[in-house]
Unconditional design. Structure first.
Length: 135
């Protein structure tokens, strides 16, 4: 990544998806081995973050989320990756919705310096159209 940034004039680094390859390479039953996955994600973000900062660029990372099935519809989900995600990624948006539902919401999840919550009052509803989800 550093060589690419040095050779080119890039202003944005996109990693889509950071969690999928880790979930594929660390196959475990659901709800197990989260610390190993979190360590791998933290290590990757720990390498990417300084490079993005050094080249005065922005980074965009997509992550899967996990939810506790015991909580049912009360669980709003959390990002896979543990505390390392919150340490390395300062601004987060969460795409919320239920399988089979044609509506989604974009919710501010973490914005340092801004009062934020996952309430519908601060979310933007998206509707499914022919060309994808639109506000």
């Amino acid at each position: 990544l550093a060589r690419l940034m040095e050779d080119g004039n890039y202003g944005l680094v996109v990693v889509d998806s950071l969690t999928l390859p880790i979930k594929q390479e660390v196959p475990v039953p659901p709800r197990q081995n989260f610390p190993t996955r979190a360590s791998a994600i933290n290590a990757l973000l720990g390498r990417i973050s300084p490079i993005v900062k050094h080249y005065n660029s922005a980074g965009l990372v997509t992550l899967h989320e996990t939810s506790d099935p015991a909580q049912g519809h009360y669980d709003t989900g959390d990002f896979v990756g543990g505390s390392g995600v919150g340490f390395h990624i300062k601004y987060m948006l969460q795409l919320k919705g239920k399988p089979g539902n044609k509506k989604r919401w974009v919710c501010p999840y973490r914005f340092p310096g801004k009062k934020s919550s996952n309430t519908k009052g601060e979310s933007e509803e998206l509707k499914l159209k022919e060309n994808g989800f639109v506000p």
